[in-house]
Design a protein around this ligand. Sequence first.
Ligand code: MN
Length: 309
Amino acid sequence: MRLCRFDDDRLGVVDSSTVRDVTAALDVLPTRPYPFPAHDMFVEHLDAVASRVRALAPAARVLAIGDVTLLSPVANPGKIVAAPVNYEKHRSEAGKDPGLHGNNPGHLFTIQSAGLFLKATSSLAGPGQGVVIRMPDRRTDHEVELVIVIGKRASRVARQDAMAHVAGYAIGLDISIRGSEDRSFRKSPDSYTVLGPWLTTADEIQNPGALDLQIAVNGDVRQQSNTRHMILGVAELIEMASSMYTLHPGDLIFTGTPEGVGPIHPGDEIVATIADIGTMTVTVRADRDAAAPVMSASAGASSGRGDAT
Ligand code: MN
């Protein structure tokens, strides 16, 4: 099943090019008083939601995918975990380009020695919301990644038991400012974690370790690989992450990016595809707030506010 969140927080079930509005299925979620759970309740109760979706879908309103604004299919992940350097060819391209490693030797460690990092949950955006360039004078790159959506609480899970903790998969963009700072700082501006186009439940993916993935910018294919080239696979990443902290329903694991990362700019159109999941289109735009000049008494209230590019 492919479940999307769209427009004003509506729930949709996707079938080829259509989406059926099954928002009423969310009525199965329990209401909770403050403090709210620090994990995603939709993913926690995914089986109950999916069962209700199946009952509602035949009579649901049908829309064209192209007519809806796709949001992140997981609204409230408690953590966004991410793997650095999990494709050997990306590690070697980073080693050759100071623009990528920022003269920080820690950025060239193997994943076994670097471990994992976290991205701010406030950086999460859906494909329909786009990427807003935070620092136009800094190199900002695309990274396409398979994303694991955790379905069940997982602490100290061995790799042979890991797959039972997966709710599903999605396409992720780990948008990254290059430089010497810690990854969690450079990769956490608002909109720098794109998740979409929908949550594809685990039962639809035969082998997450054998999926073609690619990203094109303005029609140029920049990254093209297969998840079989990951250094640590899905099960190993769950083992590593859950060895350090408990994973909860809705937590996301970005599995790392293959070679071919490159800069993006306002006006670009990104098209990212992963086999068995789908394709998402994401536009890049300037941050109008960053472009605003310092206001002076002589400046018009709104004149001069424009794009930086
Ligand atoms: Mn990445």
